[in-house]
Design a protein around this ligand. Structure first.
Ligand code: HEM
Length: 342
């Protein structure tokens, strides 16, 4: 009897390992760094995934319309830090410092409970299959549709990170106080263009902001940009009543688009034309002397809602495709979006 050096099962295991490393290598070599996202990623492994997300988002937005805005923002804040890898969803633990307490996120990000509910449903239907990063990307798309915005197909196949970065959350996420040049830089850094930035910030057509993020604006150049128009003046007084110049109230909220706060439309751009943008960063896109290109885009999206919807959809796909090349290869599908698998 001839004795092989390797027993059959262990030989097969090694062969399988070599083959899977080879296939990963082929992926990495042929697509630059990471395997590509695909539209049918879950079509056989979890065919109901998209329906589950949609149904839960419907319930969430029906019971609180603002939830559409909050989930959309969660996705944006996920993608600008280490790529779209679900890192924003991780809670702090003894060994991991998450992104939730970074200055742009604390007391501000909402929607984590909705994501937990969707994840629980997905885990009971198809355990260990749908990543939190994908779940969040689909939920953001559905959020937009549910409040009247455009539909787009969502490429899928992201993996969840096993790390988060509060440092990158503090440095990469734009703030209301930044000037136009600095805002543009933070989008270019992520591979997004000026056009992407102006279209994506149209997301501010839904959702609310806290006084601490618009105080400087309403006690600053709001009056000048809105030309002391009487209607704007009434709105300005209303804003001042919500957000006193001194003495607290920093967490008081108001809609960024006071005309149609729960509708995804282009009225946000109309407000910018009137000089009534709530955030300094928003008004900069129209009123900054440096913003020749951004001003033209604001005018275009104010005039043409179809052009806005088309560009917003394309730019959302680009935002969602910002990858974390490390977690694409070594990442996981978290069982609970708040914690790395043990
Ligand atoms: C130009 C860069 C941006 C800046 C400076 C900015 C800044 C802000 C600020 C300060 C708030 C209010 C937060 C608070 O007061 O708690 C906010 C809210 C929001 N942002 Fe942005 N943002 C930017 C781009 C984006 C993008 C690209 C998206 C999505 C594609 C987005 C979606 C939202 C939404 C939906 C809300 C409302 C959230 C809610 O009501 O819970 N923002 N943003």
């Amino acid at each position: 009897m001839v004795h092989s050096k390797y027993s059959k099962p262990s030989f097969l295991r090694s062969l399988a390992l070599v083959l899977s490393i080879l296939s990963l290598l082929i992926n990495v070599l042929s697509y630059g760094t990471v395997p590509p996202l695909t539209l049918d990623y879950y079509s056989s492994s979890c065919p109901t995934a998209l329906d589950i997300v949609r149904k839960e988002m419907e319930c969430a937005v029906l019971s609180e319309p603002r939830m559409a805005a909050s989930v959309l923002r969660l996705h944006f804040h996920d993608c600008f830090v280490q790529g779209c890898d679900g890192s924003i969803l991780l809670d702090d633990t003894i060994t991991l410092q998450g992104e939730k307490k970074a200055s742009t996120n604390i007391h501000s990000l909402r929607g984590f409970g909705v994501i937990d509910r969707i994840k629980n449903k997905l885990e009971s239907e198809c355990p260990g299959i749908v990543s939190c990063a994908d779940l969040l990307t689909i939920a953001a798309r559905d959020a937009v549709i549910l409040v009247g915005g455009p539909y787009w197909d969502v490429p899928l196949g992201r993996k969840d990170s096993t790390t988060a970065s509060s440092t990158l959350a503090s440095s990469n996420l734009p703030t209301a106080g930044q000037g136009l040049f600095s805002l543009v830089s933070s989008f270019l850094y992520q591979g997004l263009t000026v056009t992407d930035m102006v279209a994506l910030v149209g997301a501010h057509t839904i959702g609310m902001a806290r006084c601490q993020n618009f105080r400087e604006r309403i006690y600053g150049d709001y009056e000048a940009t809105s030309n002391k128009n009487p209607v704007s003046d009434t709105q300005l007084n209303h804003l001042k009543s919500i957000c006193p110049a001194t003495g607290g109230g920093g967490n008081n909220v108001t809609a960024m688009d006071y005309v149609t706060p729960n509708l995804f439309d282009n009225s946000f751009y109309h407000l910018l034309l009137k000089g009534e943008g709530l955030l300094n960063s928003d008004q900069e896109m129209y009123s900054s002397l440096l913003g020749v290109e951004t001003k033209k885009l604001v005018q275009k999206y104010a005039e043409d809602v179809v052009a806005f919807f088309q560009q917003f959809s394309d730019s959302m796909v680009k935002l969602g495709n910002i990858t974390n090349s490390e977690s694409s290869v070594t990442g996981e599908v978290r069982k609970n979006c708040r914690f790395v698998n043990t």
